[in-house]
Design a binder for this molecule. Structure first.
Ligand SMILES: [Zn+2]
Length: 124
């Protein structure tokens, strides 16, 4: 968080040359309010992308799985190696008190369901 904060402070300093350049070019030609509006407009065009980079989500794009030997599949009941998605972007089952394990086939179907829910932004 501190690293991000320092990066953000540095990012604000990067807008200084833009502000300075616009003020230097336009002072004496147009009103101070218009100079400020133009400088902020140019800044916004550039720093939208910089801010997006600073505040990007570093969460893994791949799901975190837990695999357990010899469990009963929650969906079909077969006893086999069980899989469950523990965490994936907005989906979290870290504190699940009754974790559901699935066989290889059923976990593949569950993966598609979760993927669809994440894609449509449904709160899980
Ligand atoms: Zn199954």
């Amino acid at each position: 968080m501190l690293k991000k904060y320092c990066l953000y402070i540095l990012r604000w300093q990067l807008s200084t040359p833009i502000l300075y350049g616009v003020i230097w070019l336009l002072t004496g030609h147009i009103n101070a309010i218009w100079i400020t509006i133009i400088a902020n407009f140019i800044g916004a065009l550039i720093f939208f992308w910089v801010d997006k980079f600073i505040f990007r989500n570093r969460r893994s794009r791949n799901p975190l799985w837990e695999i357990k030997e010899g469990v009963s599949c929650h969906d079909c009941g077969v006893i086999s190696k069980g899989y469950r998605i523990v965490e994936w972007q907005g989906y979290s089952r870290i504190d699940d008190k009754e974790p559901e394990y699935r066989c290889k086939d059923c976990s593949a179907k569950k993966l598609l369901q979760v993927e669809k829910l994440l894609q449509y932004g449904t709160k899980l």
